[in-house]
Design a protein around this ligand. Structure first.
Ligand code: F6P
Length: 363
């Protein structure tokens, strides 16, 4: 018989995203209002748990936050297993995290986070913490869930960026390269590229050939379309780069976008090959800011209330996923350490190809 849960802690970890506050609100209001479970807000992610930066929250604390971007709890990328110390060294502080959990009188910890958070949560679970996680990330790359909140908002913002690039691209007859986030997955770029009518969509799951992208742009020119929009995911690599890495047996590291990132490289290549003037835009953190879309608010509210229901039933050790339109608990062991990549036969890719959009591997 699962032990009755009387007090939970809630924290947000990893990169922030729109919808976090909507989810915090859903967990808080349902736990307190419906089930009489006490809620402690833990500040600044796992570091805040270790440092016991926490306070009991009242029902009122969850009001007026639905539309807010970011997270009222603050966040961080710290891992209890590898906490960075002031002198730069790393320490495993899992047992300190467990001690704080007990000291704060918690019976369950709700972690709102992406792929990294699922791993951290599983480690804490193995150490003895009752855990429930919620799927948060603009990247939509959490394994086991069809969707994560933050994604729809990011796609909406990225789509608007493509819409706005169209008029300036056409006026100047330029190639416009737009670099979008997504870490190692291409979900944002694929969805926004399709919604915004990009002419080429480059995603990490399909290594691109710059000659092929250039040829598709030249073909547009032959048809009288003198401008092109290329949506590029930050995690993209060319075929040549992928082959080289394979030969050497190394994994391709994330490119440093702060200097010449993926968009910049693609823009440089396309100018060199086509001779057409090319400009590059890096949309960056704009994709993570501001108010969540209605779809993200609904998703965050649904998984948040479902989490509260599971907690009230004493069921822990799960990610509350959205599968086939239904909230479903998925065991954390199944989720942690895996990544949800875009399948190369995804219907959005099929549609893109049928529309003559270049995916980087064929003209
Ligand atoms: O996971 C969300 C995300 O915005 C990724 O798309 C991006 O690669 C990364 O976070 C940026 O990380 P940071 O916030 O640490 O700069």
């Amino acid at each position: 018989m699962p032990r009755k849960i009387r007090r939970i802690g809630i924290l947000t970890a990893g990169g922030d995203c729109p919808g976090l506050n909507a989810a915090i609100r859903a967990v808080g209001k349902t736990c307190i209002g419906e089930f009489g479970i006490e809620v402690m807000g833990i500040h600044d992610g796992f570091r805040g748990l270790i440092e016991k930066k926490a306070n009991v929250m009242a029902l009122d604390d969850f009001s007026g936050i639905l539309t807010l971007g970011g997270t009222i709890l603050g966040t961080g990328r710290d891992k209890p297993e590898k906490m960075q110390m002031p002198d730069g060294s790393c320490r495993n502080m899992t047992s300190e995290a467990l001690q704080s959990y007990h000291d704060l009188g918690l019976n369950c910890l709700v972690c709102l986070g992406g792929g990294g958070t699922q791993k951290n949560a599983l480690n804490l679970m193995k150490a003895g913490v009752n855990i429930v996680t919620l799927p948060k990330t603009i990247d939509n790359d959490i394994w086991g869930t069809d969707l994560s909140f933050g994604f729809d908002t990011a796609v909406t913002i990225a789509t608007e960026a493509i819409d706005r690039l169209h008029s300036t691209a056409e006026s100047h007859q330029r190639i416009m390269v737009l670099e979008l986030m997504g870490n190692r997955s291409g979900w944002i770029t694929l969805a926004a590229g399709l919604a915004g009518g990009a002419d080429a969509i480059l995603i990490p799951e399909i290594p691109y050939d710059p000659e092929i992208v250039a040829e598709s742009i030249r073909n547009r020119g032959r048809r009288g379309r003198k401008f092109s929009i290329v949506a590029v995911a930050e995690g993209c690599y060319s075929r040549a780069e992928v082959q080289k890495a394979k030969k050497k047996g190394v994994e391709l590291a994330k490119r440093e976008s702060r200097t010449c990132g993926t968009g910049c490289l693609v823009a440089t290549e396309l100018t060199r090959i086509t001779g057409i003037e090319t400009r590059e835009t890096v949309l960056g953190y704009i994709q993570r800011g501001g108010t969540p879309t209605a779809a993200d608010r609904i998703l965050a509210t649904r998984v948040g209330t479902k989490a509260a229901e599971l907690i009230a039933q004493g069921k822990t050790g799960y990610l509350v996923a959205m599968r086939g339109g239904k909230c479903k608990p998925v065991p954390l062991e199944d989720v942690a350490g895996k990544r949800n990549e875009v399948p190369t036969d995804h219907p959005m890719i099929e549609s893109a190809r049928l529309m003559g959009i270049c995916m980087g591997d064929e003209v």
